[in-house]
Design a protein around this ligand. Structure first.
Ligand SMILES: [Zn+2]
Length: 64
């Protein structure tokens, strides 16, 4: 199954290999994060992540 690369900082999927893959690090085009650690999720897992985040935000609103 195809894995989606997700930025651990901003949860963006706009991930590219840094310097053409020479360093083996990933770069997030969205927030500028560079590191060897990115989240590798399946489509279903990614959807859960995004929806979970959304639910968290809604819970925060209700508290205030
Ligand atoms: Zn990012």
């Amino acid at each position: 199954m195809k894995k989606i690369l997700v930025c651990p900082v901003c949860k963006s999927t706009d991930i590219t290999l840094d310097t053409g893959g020479i360093t083996g690090k990933y770069m997030c085009k969205n927030c500028g994060y560079i590191g060897s650690v990115v989240l590798e999720l399946t489509e279903g897992e990614y959807r859960e992540l995004v929806e979970g985040k959304k639910l968290e935000r809604e819970a925060e609103k209700k508290e205030r």
